[in-house]
Design a protein around this ligand. Structure first.
Ligand SMILES: *[C@@H]1O[C@H](CO)[C@@H](O)[C@H](O)[C@H]1NC(C)=O
Ligand SMILES: *[C@@H]1O[C@H](CO)[C@@H](O)[C@H](O)[C@H]1NC(C)=O
Ligand SMILES: *[C@@H]1O[C@H](CO)[C@@H](O)[C@H](O)[C@H]1NC(C)=O
Ligand SMILES: *[C@@H]1O[C@H](CO)[C@@H](O)[C@H](O)[C@H]1NC(C)=O
Ligand SMILES: *[C@@H]1O[C@H](CO)[C@@H](O)[C@H](O)[C@H]1NC(C)=O
Ligand SMILES: *[C@@H]1O[C@H](CO)[C@@H](O)[C@H](O)[C@H]1NC(C)=O
Ligand SMILES: *[C@@H]1O[C@H](CO)[C@@H](O)[C@H](O)[C@H]1NC(C)=O
Ligand SMILES: *[C@@H]1O[C@H](CO)[C@@H](O)[C@H](O)[C@H]1NC(C)=O
Length: 824
């Protein structure tokens, strides 16, 4: 055995002396550092121990960069406080083995600097649906950059992870930019960035987290309702609240104005108390991204409207025509105001002294010796004119004749106006007025009213007036809802008779469009509707409303307002009420909605039944009620109403309706009382033989089988499978008796008996003897009979043939040849 020291020397030899290159051994580290590696933040210091595994050395020391520290000769450990004040200083522990060989171990040093992180919005761009943000995360004063990862979080979820390439070990500044869109649906998102130096799982975990920015989507105001104009009808004296609900980010500022004047109100609601006149209100919602306005027209109506019917008063026209020897051509004329007129006056009398025209305009004076004179006016522009032709006879008699001149003027304007701001309510009498300015003569005027090009009324005027007048015609009528949008016109016609112009002088008003307000009616709603589940919402029903102002249908179910866009499910069948309402009233319609759905089973997977018991319902649900088919072992079958003991097993139920199919597997276990397969019986066993009695029974649950018998040492019970067996070994007379097998389950018990009979061995022998004797007896009887018959023949032969006996041969009358028996 080699001494230990020797072994040490040998090892030393193998490591040091025998090394051909005389370098430090590589198999075993001659120096051990504790800790072997340091990862520390710049400025910190760590104590590192360096120990050698060599028993002998010429000195140990630390070296940092170019500087060596104190050498220890007699210690096997040197310590060093490593101060991390340099980014790439090299630390080594060295051991001197002899003059020419030195081993060293470098300390792995990672100096880092945790950064400062600053997150800010660099740029923001608000568009209609999205706001795009450019976010910048500045990571300053970080080293080493190649270990840096910058993670972006949106609502606590990582959305990006940035890393950086670099070779420097000294601190640097980095930044990461994230472009993110915040949609209007998202509204607000929480963003942050995190900078972390990643030194692996064992390294320090020191993430630097930025503050969280809550950025939101910005958009210009929008109204919640689409229509830009609202029409509101209220009764005079009511209080109303106008609403103007706009969304926007930043929240919009609301301004109100009424008939062009600003109203000091900046909330969504404007309340007007005791309104007394129709007005137009405007609300403006604005933020720095834009503004929108909405018009609200408020019509104020009065409940009582008084009829205002103009009744032209009759005034008979005065006419004067004298029979005289004068002829006017034409005698009757219709002239438009301002048109030229000329009338000739002639007489046929011979004794006329002269003729003349006396007129307020264009008078001729008396013309001596003339019998023919014309009155001419270039422009008849006088309403109160008068013109007469006269003659003076030589005897001094005068005759006067005035021509029948009708001066007319078509109206300057004809216009239709309405009472009450033109507000027409269904079934409420209202009036339209036709204003006719400057028409003459009023007695020739006929005013016709038209609704949608059909004449609805005509009015004439009984006033008599030569000069132009302003008149009006009032049409009273009761608007119906169908009149909404109807166009009314009035036409002023001058009926000037046969002498008048061929074309009637006519002026027609501009069209007046009636706006009739009426309560909504619901149209087109079916009284019942059948649909499939999840496919139908109430707003798919064609229930339209006809009302003015228009209103939407709202749906109620059991008195509660329901969301009409929600899809109905199987539990939603029932009567729904559509309600439409405006300021003039409401109406409703009921629809019975049947929501059908495909079949499904809710019953159990297995059932336990007793024989003849009925199955608890396993009826499928579904609408329309599904048809149900039973399958057993793949075969279609009638649904079992009464369950027999053979019906246990797995069933497949298939339910089917127009909306689909459902399957259900069902295990049915039919329970029944025990039953034996074998009947009672008697079993005979020979004494000292072995006997086996077995008993098994059917039943569900499997019955418990028990034998009942008189116990004996040679009777053993055993169980083989479901059979209960009794073995009698070497039966004795005491084993004889009745053995009862009882099968029991919770539905009852049945018994079966086996009577065991033991037969002695002696009996057997006796019967064998008896049988033997009987056989012998039978043989004897046959022998005797045989002998007896022979003797009889023998005797017959002696008495019948005599001598032939001597020959010893006897002819047998029965045909047999008998040899003479030997003498007895
Ligand atoms: C120092 O040790 C090396 C290797 O063990 C050997 O090669 C060298 O000769 C030794 N030098 C001295 C001076 O002992
Ligand atoms: C994100 O996480 C922080 C802390 O884990 C928690 O306080 C904050 O509520 C979370 N924010 C969201 C939007 O989940
Ligand atoms: C943000 O939205 C703009 C315009 O809608 C689109 O061009 C851009 O690609 C989106 N940016 C991101 C990061 O989804
Ligand atoms: C309208 O408002 C005024 C003042 O608030 C109140 O006195 C009045 O009773 C209200 N009228 C109606 C019809 O509500
Ligand atoms: C209507 O109301 C306004 C202000 O409320 C008031 O100045 C005006 O006199 C009222 N007009 C009538 C006819 O009552
Ligand atoms: C003028 O003529 C019209 C139409 O023919 C007639 O109705 C009227 O009575 C006449 N007037 C006189 C004064 O004759
Ligand atoms: C008819 O009305 C117009 C305008 O209102 C007026 O200028 C004119 O004087 C009126 N004419 C008569 C005859 O009243
Ligand atoms: C009766 O059973 C016993 C024990 O099992 C056996 O040793 C014997 O031989 C059997 N006797 C007959 C006659 O089978």
């Amino acid at each position: 055995m080699l001494p230990l020291r020797m072994l040490g020397l040998l090892m030393l030899c193998s490591f040091l002396l025998c090394d051909a290159d005389s370098t430090c051994p590589t198999e075993r580290n001659p120096l051990v550092l504790d800790p072997p590696e340091i990862i520390e933040e710049y400025g910190n210091s760590v104590l590192v121990n360096c120990s050698t595994t060599f028993e002998k050395h010429d000195g140990m020391y630390w070296r940092a960069g170019n500087q060596s520290f104190d050498t220890e000769k007699n210690e096997s450990v040197v310590s060093k406080l490593v101060e991390l004040l340099d980014w790439n200083l090299k630390f080594e522990c060295k051991v001197k083995l002899n003059d020419s060989l030195e081993c060293s171990e470098e300390l792995k040093v990672t100096v880092y600097k945790n950064p400062e992180v600053l997150l800010f919005v660099k740029h923001m761009d608000a568009a209609a649906e999205e706001t795009q943000y450019d976010l910048q995360c500045d990571i300053s004063n970080v080293a080493p950059v190649q270990k840096l990862s910058v993670r972006w979080y949106k609502n606590n979820k990582t959305i990006r992870n940035d890393s950086f390439k670099s070779t420097t070990e000294t601190p640097e500044n980095k930044s990461s930019v994230l472009v993110v869109n915040i949609s209007r649906i998202e509204n607000v998102a929480h963003l942050r960035c995190e900078a972390q130096l990643d030194f692996g799982p064992d390294g320090p975990q020191l993430p630097v987290i930025s503050q969280t920015l809550n950025i939101s989507s910005y958009y210009a105001p929008e109204f919640n309702t689409k229509n830009e104009t609202d029409e509101i009808v209220v009764y005079k004296g009511e209080n109303i609240t106008l609403t103007c609900e706009a969304e926007g980010n930043p929240a919009p500022v609301i301004h109100w104005s009424g008939d062009g004047l600003n109203i000091p109100e900046d909330s969504n609601n404007l309340t007007i108390t005791r309104i007394n006149a129709s007005s137009n209100y405007t609300c403006t919602a604005s933020n720095y991204l834009g503004n929108i306005t909405k018009q609200i027209r408020v019509h104020v109506i009065q409940m009582s409207t008084e009829a205002l019917i103009a009744t032209p008063t009759p005034n008979a026209p005065t006419t004067r025509a004298e029979r005289c020897p004068l002829t006017l051509t034409p005698s009757e004329i219709v002239v438009r105001f301002g048109d030229p007129v000329s009338i000739n006056c002639r007489t046929s009398v011979t004794d006329a002294a002269g003729i003349g025209w006396e007129a307020t305009v264009g008078g001729t004076g008396f013309q001596l010796k003339s019998t023919n004179l014309t009155w001419e006016v270039e422009k008849l522009e006088e309403w109160d004119f008068d013109a007469s032709c006269y003659i003076t006879l030589k005897n001094g008699t005068q005759f006067w004749l005035r021509p029948n001149i009708t001066l007319y003027q078509t109206p300057d304007t004809v216009s239709v106006s309405a009472l009450d701001h033109g507000l027409m309510l269904e079934d409420t009498q209202t009036q339209l007025k036709c204003n006719i300015h400057n028409v003459a003569p009023v007695q020739k005027l006929e005013v016709k009213w038209y609704r949608d090009n059909k004449t609805v009324s005509t009015q004439i005027f009984n006033d008599f007036k030569v000069t132009p007048v302003n008149v009006s015609s009032t049409m009273t009528f009761t608007p119906l809802r169908g009149h909404n949008g109807s166009i009314f016109r009035c036409k002023a016609e001058l009926h000037l008779g046969p002498k008048g112009p061929e074309v009637l002088p006519t002026v027609t008003s501009a069209p007046y469009t009636a706006v009739v307000y009426y309560k909504p009616l619901i149209k087109g709603c079916p009284s019942s509707y059948t649909t499939a589940e999840h496919k139908f919402s109430l707003d798919m029903l064609h229930c339209e409303t006809d009302g003015n102002p228009p209103s939407m249908v709202q749906w109620y179910y059991k008195g509660e307002l329901v969301n009409s866009s929600k899809h109905l499910t199987r539990n939603d069948s029932g009567t729904y009420t559509a309600v439409a309402e405006n300021v003039f009233g409401r109406s409703n319609a009921s629809v019975y909605i049947t929501v059908e759905y495909k079949p499904s089973f809710t019953c159990n997977d297995s059932y336990v039944l007793e024989v003849n018991e009925k199955l608890q319902t396993c009826e499928p649900e579904g609408l329309p009620p599904p048809t149900l088919i039973w399958f057993k072992e793949g075969k279609m079958m009638a649904s079992p109403l009464h369950w027999t003991k053979h019906d246990s097993g797995e069933y497949l139920l298939k339910a089917d309706n127009t909306h689909g199919t459902a399957e259900h597997k069902l295990y049915v276990n039919v329970l029944y009382a025990p039953e034996f397969k074998e009947e009672n019986k008697t079993k005979v066993v020979i004494l000292s033989e072995n006997a086996t009695l077995d008993c098994s029974a059917e039943g569900n649950p499997l019955p418990e089988v028990q034998w009942k018998y008189t116990a004996a040492v040679n009777v053993i019970k055993s169980t083989v499978g479901r059979q209960k067996i009794i073995t009698v070994t070497g039966a004795t007379s005491t084993n004889a008796g009745v053995y009862i097998c009882v099968a029991t389950n919770k539905f009852g018990n049945v018994t079966r008996s086996v009577t065991l009979v033991i037969q002695g061995k002696t009996n057997q022998i006796r019967s064998v003897v008896i049988w033997g004797l009987l056989v012998i007896l039978a043989i004897l009887i046959i022998f005797i009979l045989h002998f007896f018959i022979r003797c009889i023949r023998c005797w017959f032969g002696v008495f019948a043939a005599g001598s032939s006996v001597a020959a010893g041969v006897v002819f047998d009358p029965l045909g047999g040849l008998y040899t003479a028996p030997p003498l007895l």
